[in-house]
Structure formats: structure tokens, C-alpha cells
Design a protein around this ligand. Structure first.
Ligand code: KG4
Ligand code: ZN
Length: 376
């Protein structure tokens, strides 16, 4: 079964073709299976000048990119539209307008091709994405989902069998990276920039709190960490004494310290280092607790922050020490992409074909908790 996947929940348009081989097909398998092609357009350059995602611009850009990306994946996979058996798309959570674009295109294509169509939860895509790697995990596993909008620990017993063990009470981990980047005057998206700057920082030069490290549960809180970063930025800001004397209004001086522009480079790097160390410590400690509680021996890390080098190094070291296995998606499939949606769609269609729709009525769910039915 060949599935077209369409992702458009935020600032990346991703399309992909995934072929799932059923046991009958395996016997006569002459066709390549697995991920045949994926193509992505990132809107980062467009949103950068605004310092974050502008939803209206995101929707308009998804419209422009989807069909050219479809042509790219068809050409790469060497298939035609008539080879496609089903269409999967991200139905939520995410930006309403952006989701509507992908959903409309998916349903329109499926209608034109008279093929079934299935709406997928974005986070299900992320947590299944390590199955596309060359060394995929077996079920069950604990999943640490760390994206721009979510931070959750889940127990994953199989496709569609998810239980939330803990989650953030306020900001997501990626959001904390992005806000820290802003405070340090780094450009959007902040995660990779903060991570790179942290490498130049001196470990221990600054210490930041580890929120909820000892809370005894598997929940997270990152907003206090962001406030602690702001306090350090203000403390270390080197604004010329003469700024006020030269007539700079106090509000400008305050703004300069809030955007990191008054910080020495090494101070910025030390703050970045302290932030990354604190965030990574909490993420690793809670993941270890989740493994202990569930008795599971496999940890899957997915979502944009899963691309973070410091987090991967710390988890790899913990895995060796505590004897568990840790799995990641390939780096290019950590952030949003169509491959994970095509995969999730194919696995669901193979198992529960009745979940696909043939009436092409659809709705999107900007807020949708994983494991719950899609809200109408
Ligand atoms: O999963 P994703 O692409 O989109 C959402 O579903 O939210 O995650 C995006 C988030 C952003 O907050 C971005 O700053 C963060 O992932 N991110 C990183 C890295 N790469 C992306 N955070 C830390 N280190 C990275 N290398
Ligand atoms: Zn995502």
C-alpha cells in the first residue's frame, strides 16, 4: 500500500511517499518498500524577520509549496499519482489555518483520485518517526516528545496505544529554547542557535535552576527557567554608564538588555550553556524516571529538540550507564516532515482500514490531545 503523507501544521510543508508491505505483498514483493521519497520546504527564512511564525503567512506559503513538493516526491519515487493507494494528512494539533491548507489539499487529491484519506495526529507522527531509522525500536517503549509546542513522556505499547505519563505544565522545551534565544538576541528558530552558542560557554560559570527535578512526578515546567535566563541577562548586561546620560530613554536601555544586545559574547555563551545544561538535566532525569516506573528498557526521543546534540550525548551516556537503549529519528526527520505522517497513515490504514474516510468530509483540530478521539 502506497501512502502519500502531507504535513502542514506549522512552518514546514512536508510531503512523502511511504510504501507499507502487507504480508501478502511480501510474498510477491518486487516493489521497493518503506520511505520512497520525502520533500520539505521550511518557512524559517520567511518568518525570521518577524522573530517567530506568522500564522497567516504560514498558511499562504503551504498553499504555494504543496503541489510542487508533490511533483518532487513522485519524480523521486518514480511513481505516478495512479500508484497512490491512500492519502494521510496532519489533522492537528497545530495552527488552524496551516492545518486547513494541508487537510484541504489532501482531501481534494484523494477525492480526485477516489482513494481513502486519513487524518493523523501530529505527535503520533513524531513518536513513530524512529521506526523509519535503520535501527528501529520494537514496542513497547517510553517516548520523550520534545517539540516547539509539546513536552511529554508517553508509554507507547503499539501503534495507537499511547498513555501520557507526564507533560509540561507551562512552556514546551522547544519554546524555552526559542525564548532563551530571543533573550540572547539570537535569531529564530532558537534551538540550534542556543545549542551552538552553548558549546562556547564555560560549564558551571552560571548555574540555573532545574525546575521540578525533584517533584516526584513526570511533569515538567520550563517557564521558570526562561525567567531565570532573563534575570541573568539583566544582571550581566553591559550597558554603557553613559547611555542614559547621552539621552537614551530608560525603556531603550531595558529593551537592549532584554534582547541580549548589551551582553558580552562570552556572557551570552555562558548563559546558553547554563540553560542547555539545566534543560538537558531535567529531560534526562525525567526520562530515566519514566523508564524506571514503567519497567521499560527502550527510550525513543522525537520532536525538534530531539535533534539537540547535548541532549543526545547526555541520553547516550545515561543509556550506557543504566543499560537501556535509546532511539532517535534520523536528524532530518526530527523536526516536522511528511515522512512521519505517511508512515503513521500507512500503519493505521493497514491495521484499521475503517479509520480512513471515503466521504471527504474533514475537520482540523488545532488542540487535540494524543490518545483522545479527534475533537469535532
Ligand atoms: O517538532 P518541531 O519541528 O515542531 C513542532 O512540532 O513544534 O520542533 C520545533 C522546535 C523549535 O522550538 C526549535 O527551536 C527546536 O524544535 N529545535 C531544537 C533544535 N532543533 C530544533 N532545539 C534544540 N536543539 C536543536 N538542535
Ligand atoms: Zn512537530
Amino acid at each position: 500500500m502506497l501512502v502519500l503523507g502531507i504535513e502542514s501544521s506549522c512552518d514546514e510543508t512536508g510531503l512523502a511517499l511511504y510504501r507499507h508491505q502487507t504480508s501478502q505483498e511480501t510474498a510477491s514483493a518486487q516493489q521497493p518498500s518503506g520511505l520512497l521519497a520525502h520533500a520539505l520546504h521550511s518557512q524559517i527564512d520567511m518568518h525570521r524577520e518577524y522573530g517567530g511564525v506568522v500564522p497567516e503567512l504560514a498558511s499562504r506559503d503551504h498553499i504555494r509549496r504543496a503541489i510542487p513538493l508533490l511533483e518532487t516526491v513522485l519524480a523521486t519515487a518514480g511513481v505516478t499519482t495512479s500508484d497512490i493507494d491512500a492519502v494521510a494528512y496532519t489533522a492537528g494539533p497545530g495552527l488552524a489555518g496551516a492545518l486547513l491548507v494541508g487537510s484541504s489539499i489532501a482531501n481534494a487529491l484523494a477525492y480526485a483520485w477516489r482513494k481513502p484519506v486519513i487524518g493523523i495526529h501530529h505527535l503520533e507522527g513524531h513518536l513513530l518517526s524512529p521506526l523509519l531509522a535503520s535501527n528501529p525500536p520494537d514496542f513497547p517503549f517510553v517516548a520523550l516528545l520534545v517539540s516547539g509546542g509539546h513536552t511529554q513522556l508517553m508509554s507507547v505499547r503499539g501503534v495507537g496505544d499511547y498513555e501520557i505519563l507526564g507533560e509540561t505544565l507551562d512552556d514546551a522545551a522547544g519554546e524555552a529554547f526559542d525564548k532563551t534565544a530571543k533573550l540572547l538576541g539570537l535569531s529564530y528558530p532558537g534551538g540550534p542557535a542556543v545549542s551552538a552558542l552553548a558549546n562556547e560557554g564555560h560549564p558551571g560559570a552560571i548555574t540555573l535552576p532545574r525546575p521540578m527535578l525533584h517533584s516526584g512526578d513526570l511533569d515538567f515546567s520550563f517557564s521558570g527557567l526562561k525567567t531565570a535566563v532573563l534575570t541573568q541577562v539583566k544582571r550581566l548586561s553591559r550597558l554603557p554608564e553613559s547611555a542614559a546620560a547621552q539621552g537614551a530613554p530608560a525603556s531603550d536601555t531595558y529593551r537592549a538588555s532584554e534582547s541580549g544586545s548589551a551582553l558580552a559574547h562570552q556572557d551570552k555563551a555562558d548563559i546558553a550553556r547554563a540553560f542547555v545544561d539545566a534543560a538537558v538535566d531535567v529531560l534526562v532525569a525525567k526520562s530515566l524516571n519514566a523508564l524506571k516506573r514503567t519497567g521499560m528498557k527502550r527510550l525513543v526521543v522525537a520532536g525538534g529538540v530531539g535533534a539537540n546534540r547535548q541532549l543526545r550525548e547526555a541520553l547516550n551516556a545515561a543509556a550506557t550507564r543504566k543499560r537501556f537503549s535509546v532511539f532517535y529519528p534520523d536528524l532530518d526527520l526530527c523536526t516536522d516532515n511528511g515522512a512521519m505522517i505517511a508512515l503513521a497513515g500507512a500503519l493505521r490504514m493497514a491495521r484499521w482500514p475503517e479509520q480512513a474516510r471515503h466521504d471527504y468530509r474533514f475537520t482540523v483540530s488545532p488542540r487535540w490531545e494524543l490518545g483522545q478521539p479527534q475533537p469535532a
